[in-house]
Design a protein around this ligand. Sequence first.
Ligand code: BDR
Ligand code: CA
Length: 322
Amino acid sequence: MTVKRVLLDCDPGLDDALALLLAHGDTELDLVAVTTVGGNVALENTTRNALQLREYLGFTTVPVAAGAAGPAKGEARNAAHVHGDGGLGDVELPLPTLAPVDVHAVDIIIDALRAAPGEIHLVAIGPLTNIALALAKEPRIVEWAASFVIMGGSYTRGNTTPAAEFNIYADPEAAATVFAAGWEVVMVGLDLTLQALVTDSIRERMLQLGPLGRDLVVPLATYWSDPEDPDWVGQAVHDVCAVAYVAHPELFTCARARVEVETAGTFTAGMTVTDFRSNTPNSLVPIALDVEAFWDYVLESYATVARQLSARHQLSTPQLDG
Ligand code: BDR
Ligand code: CA
């Protein structure tokens, strides 16, 4: 078994939490650090959510580091209308007892990649502010990352504006820097993630995970619904797809493209303009997902955590002698 090492930069966030759960639950992934960024909700909340999830799920040896609160340029934007004011919908976890490390996320990213060149997959599932800052401080992370995968962008449509996906729209300047850095960006965008939907039958399978399913996975995966979408069938687990890509790229059909980020358009700011005919591609764009195999993989990884949690619960519950 080849274990892949992953550093996750995130803004939990409903689907970020589900992505963290996958990165922790898949025994073939080794989560080396979690860095947070302001995005779906304020940095204070995304960091607290990461800390709460770390203790609840039991990956307390993995460092959590806070990063940028918002974009260097332009106003901070959030998606609290989707994720709830706290960021995890209706889920309320115990307050964390452990603090984040006293090192900025940008330095954690640089130091981790420098210490293990070619070994760590960098996965960014929030606005790209931390990654752009890391590139400015240490451009060699481009060579050191085993791969660089984002959830963000789209080649057809937006979800925050008609043209822009949230993670890119929240910091288009950072996204432009990241796509221009000279590495291959795996752009797991909306066109792909909207294939990973929590349908009623997936929800039923999530419930079979027991307390983890009932108390965490289903509430996170079903909190949001779009009243304006007449074809609504369920939430998309956007960020989960980026982690799944690292573990199982064979589930994704991809095409190379050149992606440029629109930073200034009146109607198009934050758009990822994707040219599949370019002779100078900078991105690998997943376009089709093996949906059935994806859910089998994700739910099996979640089941691993469900078993760990129930074993931990039994250990902490005093056993009565018969
Ligand atoms: C992306 O935006 C956020 O709201 C989600 O967490 C995801 O990373 C989807 O557009
Ligand atoms: Ca996110």
